[in-house]
Design a protein around this ligand. Structure first.
Ligand code: HH2
Length: 280
């Protein structure tokens, strides 16, 4: 594995907290995915259901209708990046995989739909298992832990064991502390500070801080103005041992992590870019 991988976010939802309703059409979403890959994303994560605090669940049929054409469109481009589907539902994952996805990003870590684990095993897919306390509708109401890092670690170890018991090869599993999912500002910062304790589990750690509200609480910035804050957390997380970074702003993250990796002796030559990022 390269020193880091960027998972670029493509939300095809009307209501995601930072990029809901961004795309006018499926083609628009596909074009955005291509741009994220050009900017350095190794994985593109396609989501059709918002999991922001307070979000209402989306019926499987509707989620499938949102996600599948976009996965198909990206697969047809043959970009070389892996396609991830951000879903907790077997039915949606199956349709996305049939359309070209090879990675299942489940924020419930196979607790919502236990059959999803068997499907991932059977099809030899990669997966990300994430920690969440409670459910999106209520998770930010006074979350409490004995010790947030130890609790999240025990949960991830248990879900990894469950995935392996379902037949998923351990090397196909990535783990995610679930920044912002049933966590206070201090819980999020503690998880970033002590991420090395989760790295010790032995699987690649995925971190998703992108534009999240705890960054707004620290900086006072609106959701579209949290790129710099997001980059700071990605650099910190890399230094603590995280390897996969789920972000909306790929170009900024790619440059920051390239410099961080070079500094820590994991230099990787990045080919000369054919695209430029507009700053105006
Ligand atoms: N965060 C979000 C959604 N999916 N998956 C993983 N593995 N890790 C995360 O931190 C994570 C995730 C929430 O962010 P976003 O997709 O931008 O918003 P929304 O859920 O409102 O669509």
């Amino acid at each position: 594995m390269t020193p880091f991988e960027i998972m670029g976010v493509v939300n095809v939802t009307p209501d995601s907290f930072s990029d809901g309703g961004t795309f006018d059409s499926d083609d628009d979403a596909v074009r955005h995915a291509r741009r994220l890959v050009e900017e350095g994303a190794a994985i593109v994560d396609i989501g059709g259901e918002s999991t922001r605090p307070g979000a209402a669940p989306v019926p499987a049929e509707e989620e499938r209708r949102r996600v599948v054409p976009v996965v198909e469109g990206i697969a047809a481009l043959g970009l070389g990046a892996r396609i991830s589907v951000d879903t907790m539902k077997l039915e949606v994952a199956r349709a996305a995989v049939d359309a070209g996805a090879t990675y299942v990003n489940d924020v419930t870590a196979f607790r919502h739909d236990t059959a999803l684990a068997g499907f991932v095993a059977e099809r030899g897919l990669e997966c990300c298992l994430m920690h969440m306390l409670g459910e999106p509708r209520t998770m930010q109401r006074d979350p409490r832990y004995d010790d947030v890092v130890s609790d999240v670690k025990a949960f991830l170890e248990e879900r990894l064991a469950a995935a392996v018991a379902a037949g998923i090869a351990e090397e196909r599993v990535q783990l995610d502390p679930g920044i912002g999912f049933g966590k206070t500002l201090e819980h999020n910062l503690e998880l970033l500070r002590r991420l090395d304790e989760l790295v010790a589990i032995g699987r690649p750690i995925v971190v998703g801080t992108s534009r999240k509200s705890f960054l707004g609480r620290i900086t006072g910035r609106d959701v579209t103005e949290r790129v710099h804050a997001t980059v700071a957390t990605s650099v910190i997380a890399f230094e603590r041992g995280a390897r996969v970074f789920r972000v909306h702003d790929v170009a900024a993250t790619a440059d920051a992590l390239a410099v961080t990796a070079a500094t820590f002796g994991q230099w990787r030559v990045i080919p000369t870019r054919t695209t430029t990022t507009k700053t105006t």
